[in-house]
Design a protein around this ligand. Structure first.
Ligand SMILES: [Zn+2]
Length: 71
């Protein structure tokens, strides 16, 4: 039913779909925060769900969290 991620698949996904790199080396589940390194050099944490579904693929400096739509 749900797609089964492994740390290797996540790593490839991150490299293919963003400018960030995955620093976490073990994956325990979708609620786990993964550690990424942004292209700007900053590290940031996101769950895979946010990274994947919400397109949050950079650190908060390069991609500030959205609080409202349409502005
Ligand atoms: Zn950044």
């Amino acid at each position: 039913m749900s797609k089964r991620w492994t740390i290797d698949k996540i790593k490839i996904f991150v490299e293919n779909n963003s400018d960030s790199k995955l620093l976490t080396t073990e994956y325990h589940g979708f609620s786990q925060k993964l550690l990424f390194k942004c292209a700007c050099g900053s590290n940031f944490e996101k769950t895979l769900t946010k990274f994947n579904n919400n397109n949050q693929r950079k650190c908060d400096v390069c991609q500030p969290p959205k609080t409202s739509r349409g502005e």
